[in-house]
Design a protein around this ligand. Structure first.
Ligand code: PLP
Length: 377
């Protein structure tokens, strides 16, 4: 099948760029001496995760139990479910664990620890647990100053039904960095908080074998990960315009795009209209908070070459509206009706999840594979 014969909109994945991104991160982590536990939430696709796991111990991170079930079904046993545990999910996790999935959960409150322990005792299950830490104030987690840290650690260690495995933090605040220096500082802070909490637990006589950190910006710019035992990053496999805006990748590194057809114009307004609306791109406007707002995405020619003067300025459900970024006159001859374009997305996780599969291409016009994605919870 040819790329130019696909019905639109379709999600396109460039295999060469994916392989390069995965290799770059693997080599960087190799230099720092820390293994990757790649996050499966961006790709939601076993074929992508197999590439990311090359040379790694084999465990992955997931953001939904549907992902856990899917990846386990494809042979990955060591799964870290990295969203604070909700009691209603314990049945599902216990079922997967009974089938052989080694699922670790995370929590940051005594209430969650007690619920998990009570469930574990009642159902003859022992849940491995990481305590979630807050390294930058962007989401959940305990800080080194929180007195509950040791109390929860001791409870997890001493109580049947649960087992203290270590600590985890995600420097999601790094997405708001304004300069590379800030990302570097976020990487240091992420490591320092995780290592400090691990040391506090150990000083209290508790085990803390796992010290888990990771976001794509901080993983990319980390210079020293002493004390860290694994790095979870996900979006680096594909990259996106938010990462490019942060300086974490180049626009040319982006491995996914949405193939779209030109379906009309509003010539007086300077608009080219396509069939990639927000259902194909997602509603994510992550670059709106960055120095360069990329609208709903940068326009590329069908071979994937960016035409940075043109962006998708607005979307309806099934319509995208392309304008010239500088408001100048549109060259409509460049966009005949039915011609194909590719749009680079703001946020790879959000755009990919609008699609059920990837059409995988190399630098030629050939679609070399179709890779399915998992969806939902
Ligand atoms: C808990 C956790 N770990 C790791 C990651 C991976 O971060 P990134 O997508 O920046 O690679 C995420 C992303 O949201 C996350 O929530």
């Amino acid at each position: 099948m040819k790329l130019s014969e696909l019905e639109t909109p379709r999600l396109i994945l460039e295999r060469g760029k994916l392989e390069q991104n995965v290799r770059t991160m693997r080599e960087h982590m190799g230099r720092l001496g820390v293994p990757l536990r790649p996050h499966g939430k961006t790709a939601k696709c076993i074929d992508v995760i197999r590439l990311a796991l090359e040379g790694q111990p084999g465990g992955i991170t997931v953001s939904t139990l549907k992902e856990a079930e899917y990846y386990f079904g494809h042979g990955i046993k060591d799964l870290l479910y990295a969203v604070g545990i909700a009691p209603v999910k314990l049945d599902h996790i216990a079922k997967l664990r009974k089938e052989g999935a080694e699922i670790t959960i995370i929590l940051d409150s005594m209430e969650q620890a007690q619920v998990a322990a009570t469930y574990g005792k009642k159902h003859d299950e022992t849940f491995p647990v990481l305590i979630e830490l807050d390294s930058d104030g962007h989401r959940s987690g305990l800080t080194p100053a929180d007195p509950e840290l040791i109390g929860i650690g001791r409870f997890l260690h001493d109580t049947k039904g649960v087992e203290l495995k270590g600590v985890l933090t995600h420097a999601g605040g790094s997405y708001g960095a304004k300069a590379i220096d800030e990302i570097k500082k976020a990487a240091v802070q992420e490591r320092d908080v995780a290592v400090a909490c691990a040391q506090l637990l150990r000083a209290a006589g508790l085990p803390c074998p796992v010290v888990s950190v990771g976001s794509t910006p901080t993983a990319t710019y980390a210079e020293d990960l002493a004390g860290v035992t694994e790095v979870r990053a996900g979006v680096y496999m594909f990259f996106d315009l938010v990462m490019a805006g942060l300086g974490v990748c180049a626009i040319e590194d982006m491995a996914i795009s949405v193939l779209t057809s030109v379906i009309g114009y509003q010539k007086k307004k300077g608009w080219v209209i396509t069939d990639a609306g927000w259902m194909a791109m997602s509603r994510d406007r992550g670059t709106s908070r960055q120095t360069t707002d990329q609208g709903y995405g940068i326009v590329c020619s069908v071979d994937g070459t960016p035409i940075p003067d043109y962006i998708v300025d607005s979307t309806n459900q099934e319509h995208g509206i392309i304008v010239r970024r500088d408001g100048g006159a549109m060259d409509f001859n460049r966009f005949p009706i039915g011609s194909l374009l590719r749009i680079l997305p703001n946020h790879a996780c959000a755009t990919a999840t609008m699609h059920d599969r990837y059409h995988v291409v190399n630098r030629t016009d050939d679609v070399i594979d179709v890779w399915q994605r998992v969806h939902g919870w």
